[in-house]
Design a protein around this ligand. Sequence first.
Ligand SMILES: Nc1nc2c(c(=O)[nH]1)N[C@H]1C(S)=C(S)[C@@H](COP(=O)(O)OP(=O)(O)OC[C@H]3O[C@@H](n4cnc5c(=O)[nH]c(N)nc54)[C@H](O)[C@@H]3O)O[C@H]1N2
Ligand SMILES: Nc1nc2c(c(=O)[nH]1)N[C@H]1C(S)=C(S)[C@@H](COP(=O)(O)OP(=O)(O)OC[C@H]3O[C@@H](n4cnc5c(=O)[nH]c(N)nc54)[C@H](O)[C@@H]3O)O[C@H]1N2
Ligand code: SF4
Ligand SMILES: [Mo]
Length: 883
Amino acid sequence: MTGATRTTCPYCGVGCGVLATPGADGRVAIKGDPDHPANFGRLCSKGSALGETLSLDDRLLHPRVVGERATWDRALDHVARAFTDAIRDHGPDSVAFYVSGQLLTEDYYVANKLMKGFIGSGNIDTNSRLCMASSVAGHKRAFGSDTVPGTYEDLETADLVVLTGSNLAWCHPVLFQRLAAAKAARPGMRIVTIDPRRTATSELADLHLGIAPGGDVALFNGLLLHLAAGSRLDEGFVARHTSGLAGALGAAAGFDIRTAARVTGLSPAEVERFFNLFAATERVVTVYSQGVNQSSAGTDKVNAIINCHLLTGRIGRPGMGPFSVTGQPNAMGGREVGGLANQLAAHMELDNPGHRALVRDFWNAPRIADKPGLKAVDLFEAVHDGRIKALWIMATNPAASLPDADRVVAALARCPFVVVSDVVRDTDTTRHAHVLLPSTAWGEKDGTVTNSERRISRQRAFLPPPGEARADWWQMAEVARRMGFSGFDWDGPAEIFREHAALSAHGNDGCRDFDIGAHAEIDAAGYEGLAPFHWPRPAGQGPRQRFFGDGKFHHPDGKARFVATPWRPARGQTSAARPLILNTGRVRDQWHTMTRTGKAARLTSHYAEPFVEVNPADARALGLAAADLALIESDRGGALLRVLVTERQRPGAVFAPIHWTGQQAARARVDALIAPHVDPVSGQPESKFTPVSLRRFQAAWYGFAVSRRRLAVSGLDYWALAPVDGGYRAELGGADAPGDWPAAMAALLDPAEEAEVLAYRDVARGVYRFAVYEAGVLSAALFVAPEPVEIARGWLIGQLGRALDGAERLRLLAGRGGDAAADPGALVCSCFSVGVNQITAAVKAGAQSIDAIGSCLKAGTNCGSCRMEIGRLIDACSTAKAG
Ligand SMILES: Nc1nc2c(c(=O)[nH]1)N[C@H]1C(S)=C(S)[C@@H](COP(=O)(O)OP(=O)(O)OC[C@H]3O[C@@H](n4cnc5c(=O)[nH]c(N)nc54)[C@H](O)[C@@H]3O)O[C@H]1N2
Ligand SMILES: Nc1nc2c(c(=O)[nH]1)N[C@H]1C(S)=C(S)[C@@H](COP(=O)(O)OP(=O)(O)OC[C@H]3O[C@@H](n4cnc5c(=O)[nH]c(N)nc54)[C@H](O)[C@@H]3O)O[C@H]1N2
Ligand code: SF4
Ligand SMILES: [Mo]
């Protein structure tokens, strides 16, 4: 057993420190790093399960050229030639990179340098366009730089934390736990959530505002007016350090409480309560995320929020400020190197000739890009219409995650040359690659990432690269060299980091916020031992935590700008044909397109299939019952999802998670439904507001199956596959029932020739059950019914691989797992596999608090991600008792 390696979690932007210890048996033990200042030892459910996602079975291990295994030399030559030819024949703007906030800073730096400084085009954009672009644009408009002013500590020291468009409990769980702990220690702290849905985050709130989708600008305009009228204006700060207040107030005019309430769908009393709370509390942090950014008014939403902080001078001081929490582990690092099509590098601007000259000289670059490149949505449109001849996609899965995803797939299919660098072999995007390059994954790669609070941490390797996998930066540098460019000869990430740090200080006399010049000379040992630090860190200066407390901003006059943000409705509008608004987002235990979290059985059991959440009133009107399948359609595309009926969803709006792709389900890529409407300033797509219709899918049969082998599901109308311990589970359904069920079962489960198959059928009712035993143990089972199959899934999964006696075999076919307690129910705590039924039973037996549940079931005592859900179950039980 080797010692623990100190590294950083590869998922969300909280940026938790991880201690990874590879064991002799090939397993890797994962613990939170008690010394890391982001998490102080905590990890959430996804972080805790990292060790279960490291298997190599689905990994891409060798380069492939048009489907055939190739040597690195051949693959790299091929890529270099295709890019060189396209540039020679069609110019630098005929090629593009589409990269990712999941690259390390060093990878990202190389990609940006190659495209902007050597190919000479701005055509490098990133999935951060779908994620942070509105925040970047809002920061630049207000501050003159893309600066997150505060730190995590500010959330803990604030007296009021407003969370708008952020499901922090599920998406930034450890930061949420820090907030929850601070509130528990200081009960006077107030929390307001603003979200059209009731989420796990809103469980912690003193006030939840169930805002109408897209209403944020109206609400914050109203707040600005209220603050100005209620003498909360910090006149000294506004006069000395800002400009543009009159314009902002002009745009907000008319949004009195009544009007703001009408536009936001809230009651005047709720709005007033929020306004008064904000006005009366000096220490306020406003946290925002995708409910704000992913909107056709995303940049205005950001500025409407920042306006309120500028007006009150509540920025850059402890416990105060606007706080954009970043999604991906290195969303911030990407911004620092200039990974977006409209940035240059090191927070310098493409349209600033002085900046271009600085970067060109520093890089010794032959032809620096002099205009912004295509932003993600436009970029893929250019791929579709043939302007882009060669495209390199790295660490992102656009066939599933970009809006109008079916059109993106069509664009990839017609692009003359597509390179994909990924860690897994089969994704919805890798299918379209001419050249597929195997990248080293988390645990194998080395570099730095920057979290939401500007803290730079090392990711360190603790596993050897498998097969022929190589680092992303190395792939780009090799292609650059083969294209004849010099300046790409680094011997490792330390050398790249050094160059990046030096560039940040180059010609920077304090006019640019991003300066980590203190590390411009870092040597290999220093880089290896680099402890997490906040930027900025200019040479010769000590650490500095916050920006703007001194009233110095980065516009040429040193002042911040108020931005006029006139309210406007979302781009899509509901109609008789598309009466519902589709909102999309995340669930607690999955990460994006599931290429990694989808491998851990305990993470897939929180939600095992794609779903759509519908309010009970809408469900009734549409004739939808819980667990039905529903066809959801927009003007762009459709999906087939399981119906979850819940009060947490407001009437007129539905919610679907973004995670399921063609790899895990029949038809669940929700981005196929999303229109490519973008914010006019940031180019960020409106992913949270799509007019849709919903109707019941007339299923002739529903099925549930478990199997030790992967099930042959393709061709079925509905299927969703997920791993379980020792095999797979599948939810199934179809519009037409097969005439021959035993044959259909055999095609699906593929029993061995010598297998024993026990069957139960009730042809009149359309009920069929099959249990397959191989070598005496249960190897597969299929349950079919004309309505959604009611079977204790947890119990059935638990029987896989077990030798069952005659009586047990009969009980299994009868679909009865003995006593009901044997079924834990839907998973709540993924660390200790505790389900709804167990928690409800414990509450009924007297465990009336989250901690009491923890002492009897352990649920919620490890990562804590499920504590809000446990709280809700306790509340639900006591409400049921009271009623
Ligand atoms: N478990 C998990 N965690 C993750 C990720 C993951 O895939 N899984 N991904 C990471 C990434 S890259 C990101 S960007 C972050 C995203 O983190 P979040 O932004 O917190 O997550 P989302 O679920 O996309 O959306 C947040 C909320 O916005 C609400 N919303 C929708 N429309 C509106 C509106 O008009 N106004 C307001 N005020 N709210 C609205 C939604 O109902 C939703 O609850 O999460 C990161 N963390
Ligand atoms: N409708 C809707 N759409 C959305 C969103 C939404 O809320 N609603 N959210 C948007 C947001 S905020 C985001 S961030 C995007 C995320 O969308 P994507 O970036 O497309 O999602 P991921 O699944 O994270 O894709 C990462 C890919 O990189 C691979 N990978 C992992 N590690 C490495 C590595 O080290 N090197 C390389 N080369 N590859 C690696 C993974 O296997 C995976 O295929 O989705 C966006 N799309
Ligand atoms: S909160 Fe969870 S997903 Fe985010 S960095 Fe920490 S452990 Fe990873
Ligand atoms: Mo994101």
